[in-house]
Design a binder for this molecule. Structure first.
Ligand code: AMP
Length: 507
């Protein structure tokens, strides 16, 4: 459904608290930014950017450290109808060169220390490079100060692109997912209702804001609820324990939760004002779910989504939250699980997860063919995740399709083996990968993090234990112990790195 008089910022604005002196952001040092400040600051930045001669739909690439002003810059881009393009601060020059060449932004906003690097990269569209550092008294923020503190939000079609987010993509070049104003609104409203965001809620924000999790899921819920955020520069378990008593909601990747459990001071008193802990972006181990429940008295709510789709499913706010599942499809999202012939599979059978709804992105930037490949004829998006439904309609994610191991012609879903390994005494966590093998094509291989690296479990006993519970083709041919699994900033295990590292194991 298309609406030409639309801009997601106007939706946020309509939900701001009536009293705009209410606080939107409080930082760790106690600096407060009200909703009124948000309005004025985003107006100033929107004016400043517009004056640089940009047209609606032009791209603004942003690679800076997390601060409230980055968020104001993001909201200003929405207001002015520009496309916001956040870049992970860890990206190197080679990666950035690709993004600039592909997205052709008109403006780059970066840290002072990297402005030289950006100026060396060729990009025929680029008009200006502005800096934005943690010190707001310089660069873009200072330059915007002289402009007016009111700005008429630009009307957008629901189908207009609001943000381009490059997906991490373990194979091939990263793809720019085009996310529209309509996508953000549909998903934002669904989540705000599902998780009961309201005025009086205080989110403890410790996620990065160059990814959907920290930017959309976290910040949009706060804006749509007219709520407040305690805004931390990064996740640090001690700081989180210190600030949790002032919060009502926390969002994290599973690693945040395991780190919190490592903190001695984390207990029921820390969580006395909390109403909700949410986890996503990577699978939450059942062990973490249980340990967290015991220690804090809170049941983590796990949800599932991806850059291209926003959030698709969630465990319920009221009702049973089931460990190892990502809950039920959100209102407005159709989720089906199919076999290779696109036929719906039975409950408890694994298949390919496909989703449809107003939350699904518009396509990959300048890649129409790649976009077409990822949609079915009846317009479902093929997520690339393998999943199954249970009888109650809850979905479990079994792993990425491309992580599935095919050994001697049989399919092995890594999760099934990982779950068994993770339950075993002496095993902290594990990752199952397929490695090239001349007889089997791929050999099931377990990479295991033991509780104690100096005293890992006995390999033969471990294999025997697995063999008792699994078909023999699913049992790992080899088990390798390592100190920790490689993860990206969002806590996802980077199986591609493991596959590269151990590529020659059976050669
Ligand atoms: P990204 O686009 O970086 O957000 O990554 C999306 C991918 O993360 C999904 O396709 C899933 O493979 C994975 N993912 C996200 N949330 C979960 C979850 N709760 N459980 C398991 N995998 C998840």
């Amino acid at each position: 459904m298309s609406d030409k008089q639309y801009n997601i910022y106007s939706l946020f604005q309509a939900r701001f608290p009536e009293n705009t002196s209410a606080i939107f952001i409080e930082t760790a040092d106690g600096t407060e930014y009200s909703y009124a400040y948000l309005e004025q600051e985003t107006a100033r930045i929107a004016h400043f950017l517009t004056r640089q001669g940009l047209q609606k739909g032009d791209r603004i690439a942003v690679q800076v450290e997390k601060s409230p002003h980055v968020l104001f810059l993001y909201l200003a881009c929405l207001r002015a109808g520009f496309i916001y393009l956040p870049l992970n601060t860890a990206y190197t020059k080679t990666e950035i060169s690709y993004f600039l060449e592909n997205a052709e932004p008109s403006i780059v906003v970066c840290r002072t220390e990297s402005s030289q690097l950006f100026s060396e990269i060729k990009n025929k569209n680029l008009k200006h490079i502005f800096t934005l550092d943690l010190n707001e008294q310089s660069g873009l923020i200072k330059q915007s100060r002289s402009t007016a503190a009111e700005f008429e939000t630009v009307a957008c079609d629901t189908d207009d692109i609001a943000v381009i987010l490059y997906t991490s993509g373990t194979t091939g070049r990263p793809k720019g997912a085009m996310i529209t104003h309509g996508n953000l609104a549909a998903n934002g409203i669904a989540l705000q209702k599902a998780w009961g965001w309201q005025q009086g809620d205080v989110l403890l924000h410790a996620l990065p804001i160059f990814h959907i999790h920290g930017l959309f899921v976290a910040c949009h819920n706060v804006l749509l609820g007219g709520s407040k955020m305690l805004f931390l520069e990064k996740f640090d378990s001690k700081t989180v324990v210190q600030f949790l008593p002032k919060a009502t909601v926390f969002m994290g990747v599973p690693t945040f939760y395991t780190r919190l459990l490592d903190e001695e001071n984390f207990n029921r008193t820390t969580c006395q004002n909390m109403r909700l802990f949410i986890s996503g972006s990577a699978p939450l181990l059942e062990q973490t779910f249980d340990d967290f429940q015991q220690r804090s008295g809170h049941t983590i709510l796990e949800r599932y989504g991806m850059t291209e789709t926003g959030m698709n499913t969630s465990n319920p706010l009221q009702g049973k939250r089931i460990a190892g599942t990502v809950g039920l499809p959100l209102p407005g999202v159709e989720a089906r699980i199919v076999d290779e012939n696109n036929q719906i599979v039975k409950n408890n059978s694994v298949g390919i997860l496909q989703v449809k709804g107003d939350n699904i992105f518009k396509g990959y930037w300048r890649m129409p063919e790649k976009t077409a490949e990822e949609f079915t004829e009846d317009h479902f998006f093929i997520t690339g995740d393998m999943a199954q439904y249970n009888e109650q309609g809850y979905i479990s994610i079994v792993g990425r399709n491309k992580d599935m191991v095919i050994t001697g012609g049989y399919n092995v879903y890594p999760k099934e083996v990982e779950l068994l390994l993770d339950e075993t005494k002496g095993v902290k966590e594990s990752a199952i990968i397929g490695l090239p093998h001349k007889d089997f094509g791929e050999a099931v291989t377990a990479i295991v993090v033991p509780d104690d690296m100096n005293n890992p479990p006995n390999v033969d006993k471990l294999k025997k234990l697995l063999k008792e519970q699994l078909a023999s083709y699913k049992t790992p041919k080899k088990i390798i112990f390592i100190e920790k699994l490689p993860r990206n900033t969002m806590g996802k295990v980077q199986k591609n790195i493991l596959r590269e590292t151990y590529n020659a194991l059976y050669k």
